[in-house]
Write a new protein. Structure first.
Length: 418
């Protein structure tokens, strides 16, 4: 039972990484590929415009059906359009749908406004007109379409309002905020990489490049910050051990067991690791440069909460040396409350290599975060993030997420809850 619960939580957390490439969950919005390469219209706005088009087409279809109910369509057009009568004609409901279509498409597709005043006008006019028509006219006595057309127009108009206000404008405002934050962070990081001495406690610059993966070369870490105390040297040792396990996992790719994939080609594998058990591996192709993922994901673990919805908090406790840090993560609950929130203390080691960027991690203890009664202390086995550069196209990369987690689920408590 414990394995099933952990499997469910892990599978819930694994797809979150897909948002790095295919959604706006990353700290850098999905429409960002460079300062001058943002999409002209967001996906959610495009969906809204399609829904507005559906509004016009659906109301038009209902009106055409109504025109053919009793007489021929031409005779009905003559009665309802040429000899228009407010009390008996459905033509004005079609004209109202056309009014919404033209005004909303002009405002939100052509002018790309980021305010609700346009849809406020269309919804107010639609609601007022339909209420007046239902009260004054004789449509309800004609046929079933006398009910369907005004109700459909009223409902669709308010659905458009809800979608724009709660989805389009909210999402685009969040994307804009994250876009500006990413640009600011990129501007701030540039001098920090060149001048590590000005680093603050909340910043992390690129570690020196490891030309290969040998132990001798891994020890050549430049002239930056060094581990001094025995505790810091222990953190460095744990980080190197985790990195060695990650390298072994990558070398055994032919032994990875396929579990599932999605239409985007992102694939989940598992691998049994001696002394550590079942390890989950997510491999995803990303349409962004490897350097971007390295800067946004690996060098800034605090931003994990912005793209991984299973993480409630992430904090850097200590920067040990140029390649090693200690972090504290808090995960949200899962499985309907069966799995309560967990917290984790991990050593992370970051390395740059010619063909990839790697961030490995493993559980540890730190005096700044002792056990807390509010959380169950989980334990991460060796794992981390790997960003593989593309030799043929520098604008794409492959992202690998290696996850080995012990959630410390109590079998008896889980059984009682279930």
């Amino acid at each position: 039972m414990q394995g099933d619960l952990e499997n469910g939580v892990l599978e819930r957390s694994l797809p979150a990484i897909v948002s790095l490439s295919h959604s706006q969950s990353l700290s850098l919005p999905s429409q960002y590929f460079g300062p001058g390469e943002r999409r002209t219209i967001s996906d959610v706005r495009r969906t809204f415009c399609l829904f507005v088009t559906f509004d016009l087409l659906f109301v038009s279809l209902l009106w055409i059906i109504e025109l053919n109910v009793r007489n021929s369509i031409w005779d009905s057009l003559d009665v309802e359009v040429v000899h228009y009568n407010f009390k008996t004609s459905f033509f004005d409901i079609f004209a109202l749908a056309l009014f919404r279509f033209l005004l909303l498409q002009l405002g939100y597709a052509v002018l790309r406004l980021r305010h609700w005043w346009v849809i406020a006008i269309t919804t107010l006019v639609t609601s007022s007109f339909l209420i007046a028509k239902v009260i004054i006219s004789n449509l309800l006595s004609k046929n079933a379409l006398g009910y369907v057309l005004p109700i459909t127009s009223f409902v669709i108009a308010w659905l458009e309002t809800w979608f724009l206000d709660f989805k389009v404008l909210t999402q685009e405002a969040e994307d804009e905020r994250l876009y500006l934050a990413a640009l600011q962070a990129a501007a701030e990081r540039a001098p920090l990489i060149l001048c590590p001495s000005v680093l603050s406690e909340g910043q992390f610059y690129s570690p020196p490049e490891s030309l290969a993966g040998s132990e001798d070369e891994l020890d050549e870490e430049g002239n930056g910050r060094k581990a001094v105390t025995s505790q810091e040297r222990e953190f460095v040792r744990l980080g190197k051990e985790a990195m060695a396990v990650v390298d072994q996992i990558l070398a055994q790719e032919e032994n990875w067991k396929f579990e599932k994939n999605n239409v985007l080609g992102d694939t989940v594998y598992t691998l049994e690791i001696p002394y550590h058990g079942k390890t989950f591996i997510l491999k995803a192709f990303m349409q962004c440069p490897a350097e971007l993922v390295y800067q946004e994901v690996i060098l800034q673990p605090e931003k994990m909460v912005q793209w991984n919805r299973t993480i409630a908090a992430c904090q850097v406790l200590q920067r040990v040396d140029d390649n090693t840090l200690v972090s504290y993560d808090v995960s949200s609950g899962a499985a309907g409350g069966v799995v309560s929130p967990r917290d984790f203390v991990n050593v992370r080691r970051v390395e740059r290599r010619r063909d990839r960027y790697i961030s490995s991690g493993i559980a540890t203890n730190h005096e700044a975060k002792p056990l807390h009664s509010r959380y169950v202390r989980g334990e991460n086995g060796p794992g981390g993030f790997v960003v593989l550069k593309s030799s043929s196209n520098p604008t794409v990369c492959t992202f690998i997420w290696i996850l080995n987690t012990d959630l410390k689920v109590c079998l008896c408590q889980s059984a009682s809850v279930l």
